[in-house]
Design a protein around this ligand. Structure first.
Ligand code: DX5
Ligand code: ZN
Length: 218
């Protein structure tokens, strides 16, 4: 298992002062920036694109930017995000007709590739892509909105995904996204997650450092 990464979801940040708020979370001890991209088509909400990713880089954000694409189709926008400074790009299998091709494209563009599984999407899809991914992101809410409640069955799924990753002996991170709070983080980490996304828990608080420490468990 790799060292724990905390990735604040800027979906819950103050968009009127996104640079400062993102920097604030990183200075408070966060490791990555989780960047949620929604298109009002694959998910019923609309957010931000490559321009905003580039703006964060131009503002001086140097931490890894973990781009979570909830858009369909997805291929056309992958090179744009790579050029705008994305570090990891994760895609939902339901959002592309040719998953293997889309994952290859992400690496060809120089980024790490991730696959995102919705709460009801089985883990089987990992069987034939494990050599093409650097990260598995399990959704513990239905994608589209911040501030939803953690779906408990995600813990069982985390344990199964942990076993699959360990058996593969590949270096693949296991990330969880949705409803992660200080009070469930210990169970989530025990179930095998090594990368925690947290939006409302961090940005909804006035003590980012305190929440990030609590998520780490100390
Ligand atoms: C939901 C997004 C999440 C969301 C998490 O579609 O993928 O990243 O921002 O927000 P919280 O932590 O508030 O559940
Ligand atoms: Zn996300």
């Amino acid at each position: 298992k790799q060292p724990l990464v905390i990735a604040p979801s800027i979906l819950s940040a103050d968009f009127a002062r996104l640079g400062e708020d993102t920097r604030g979370a990183l200075e408070a001890g966060a490791d990555w920036v989780h960047f949620d991209v929604m298109d009002n088509h694959y998910v019923p909400n609309l957010t931000i694109g490559p321009l905003v990713c580039q703006a964060l880089r131009d503002f001086g954000i140097t931490a890894p930017i973990d781009v979570h694409l909830m858009i369909e189709p997805v291929d056309r926008i992958i090179p744009d995000f790579a050029e705008a400074g994305a570090s990891v790009i994760s895609i939902h299998p339901e959002s592309t007709r040719h998953l293997d091709r889309s994952l290859s494209l992400i690496r060809e563009c120089g980024c790490k590739a991730g696959i995102v599984l919705n709460p009801a999407t089985p883990l089987d899809v990992l069987d034939w892509v494990s050599d093409k991914i650097d990260l598995v992101l399990l959704m513990s809410v239905n994608p589209g909105f911040g501030g939803q409640k953690f779906i408990p069955s995600a813990l069982t799924k985390l344990k199964q995904a942990r076993r699959i990753i360990d058996d593969s002996e590949l270096e693949i991170r296991l990330e969880i996204d949705g409803g992660v709070k200080p009070d469930n983080a210990a169970d989530i980490i025990a179930a095998g997650a090594d990368t925690l996304v947290a939006g409302s828990a961090i940005f909804g608080s006035n003590d980012y450092a305190g929440v990030i420490r609590a998520l780490r468990g100390h």
